[in-house]
Design a protein around this ligand. Structure first.
Ligand code: NAP
Length: 487
């Protein structure tokens, strides 16, 4: 897709950006490789200091970042505030924890000592989606760069200015040239990047089809991949749930950024005893949605990210209805122009409806009635996806037992998202990822950093021990038999 900023509120083209030439792609790889030689040997505390400085700069440029996000992607300005805050948290988290994360780990093996270092590997390609233009790009960058890897960002073609603004922010914070580069690359050039011998891994957040393509391309060249793909997360409501709080949570979770969240509650699975009440209150809650200009504080639901995305979602709603589902349109009527989709509730979605197994990445909630908890779990797991989910009950211990039976990477109790609470996206410490067609590997937290590290083991001679400084840079070797000599 050509790189361009198009305002999805009115579909007006703001600015186009030329793709790189193949020679420029080669130059990007050369720069990344050169940068790796120094960045990988830069003490981790120096890397942390650059992250801390970048967090400060993001605070100074806060409004600009929010405006760009709303302009390019169409989410409400208040939602861009939440997103911009999240990148500041992430930068601060790795600035504070980078030293501990990279600390070597001793392994004791029958009295012998092994020294395990977490070392970087080289160039990582980060292919990111548009739904959280700042947060997704930082998720691909921060855990990998703190480890000493260098990153080439291929962002979604509809958010070119967000990509450029972030890379510029890190550069201004002192990140050396070549450590994080933004490329306006076409899909064939992404294949070229992945297969270059200097590249060691690819992290993709996106759709299942693109995941298959990237994993196949990477697999042929034996590049490791981390894939964060789609989801059809279940939102299980038990009869003892606090219904008011649960409905608020369902409405907010499903319609946040017009439903374009990978871990949004896409399937509400409600126990028979409370089904009718839940549907009534959910419909009432969602009917307060006011579509409009995402910069207007009175607007509570914005457009989708692009006209193409809106057309896809409208086609899915039509397909669901043709397959026998009942549809109720909710909220104020959406504007005639712009990438809007009328918020919709789907009920009576049966297994033979083609939409049953699809992810709808838009303002559409599916609600299912189940007779008991076993049926709820069976339905929750009857999907190709396995990203997140949630269980809603006053009995937390029981909810946790049910959560264990949901076949996904993350489950929340009494919240819409496992990674966001009280209006904040605060998953910087949480290993984020899924199973099944939702992908594999984790981003964020310690596990996210280790995905593209070489966990190199150095086996020490008998009688020799290592004491550990704070980082890979400070390992002190001592020998017992010579009386703790250091050398
Ligand atoms: P997408 O079409 O898969 O695009 C994602 C990225 O892949 C974009 O940068 C896109 O670039 C690039 N891309 C597409 N085709 C490619 C190819 N053949 N070779 C190389 N790169 C290619 O996904 P999307 O529609 O933007 O995002 C929505 C999907 O992402 C949903 O399924 C959602 O659930 C998932 N998602 C998952 C997570 C998670 O953490 N699990 C988070 C957010 C979103 P272009 O823009 O140039 O096509």
């Amino acid at each position: 897709m050509p790189y361009a900023t198009v305002n999805p509120f009115n579909n007006q083209l703001i600015q186009s950006f030329p793709e790189l030439t193949d020679d420029e792609i080669n130059a990007v790889l050369d720069r990344a490789h050169a940068a790796y030689n120094t960045w990988s040997r830069t003490p981790v505390l120096e890397r942390c200091a650059i992250f801390a400085q970048a967090a400060k700069l993001a605070e100074e440029r806060f409004d600009d970042l929010c405006r760009l996000t709303t302009l390019e992607m169409g989410k409400l300005y208040s939602q861009s505030v939440v997103e911009t805050e999240s990148i500041i948290y992430i930068l601060k988290y790795f600035a504070e924890h980078g030293e501990d994360i990279m600390k070597p780990a001793p392994i004791f093996n029958e009295g012998d000592e092994l020294l395990m270092m977490h070392q970087p590997q080289g160039i990582i390609i980060s292919v990111e989606p548009w739904n959280f233009p700042l947060y997704q790009a930082i998720r691909g960058f921060a855990p990998n760069a703190i480890a000493g890897n260098v990153i080439i960002l291929k962002h979604a073609s509809i958010v070119p200015q967000c990509a450029a603004a972030l890379v510029e922010l890190l550069r201004d914070a002192g990140l050396p040239e070549g450590v994080w580069q933004n490329v306006y690359a076409n899909h064939a050039q992404v294949d070229r990047l992945i297969t270059d011998p200097r590249v060691r891994g690819v992290t993709l957040t996106g759709s299942v089809d693109v995941g298959r393509h990237i994993a196949a391309t990477a697999g042929k060249s034996l590049r490791k991949t981390v894939l964060e793909l789609g989801g059809t997360d279940a939102f299980i409501v038990l009869p003892d749930a606090d219904l008011d709080a649960t409905v608020d949570c369902a409405v907010a979770g499903r319609f946040f950024i017009s439903g374009q969240v990978c871990i949004a509650p896409k399937r509400m699975i409600v126990l028979d005893e409370v089904y009718d009440q839940f549907v009534e209150r959910f419909t009432q809650g969602a009917s307060n949605l006011h579509p409009g200009d995402p910069f207007d504080p009175a607007t509570t639901i914005g457009p989708l990210s692009s006209q193409a995305q809106a057309d896809t979602v409208k086609a899915q709603i039509a397909q669901a209805i043709a397959g026998g589902a009942s549809a109720i349109e909710i909220g104020d009527p959406v504007p005639d122009t712009g990438a809007f989709v009328q918020p919709t509730i789907l009920t009576n979605v049966t297994k033979n409806n083609p939409i049953f197994y699809e992810e709808i990445f838009g303002p559409v909630a599916m609600i299912f009635r189940v007779k008991d908890e076993d049926e709820a779990i069976d339905l929750a797991n009857d999907t190709y996806y396995g990203l997140g989910g949630s269980v809603h009950s006053r009995d937390i211990a029981h909810a946790v037992e049910l959560a264990k039976r949901i076949d996904t990477g993350m489950v929340a109790i009494n919240a819409s998202y496992p990674s966001a609470r009280e209006g904040k996206i605060d998953n910087y410490a949480m290993p984020f990822g899924g199973v099944k067609d939702s992908g594999y590997g984790r981003e964020m937290g310690y596990e996210g950093v280790y995905e593209f590290c070489n966990h190199k083991v150095i086996s020490l001679p008998v009688g020799v021990h290592a004491t550990y400084g704070a980082t890979n840079d400070e390992t002190v070797i001592t020998t017992d038999h010579r009386g703790n000599d250091e050398f």
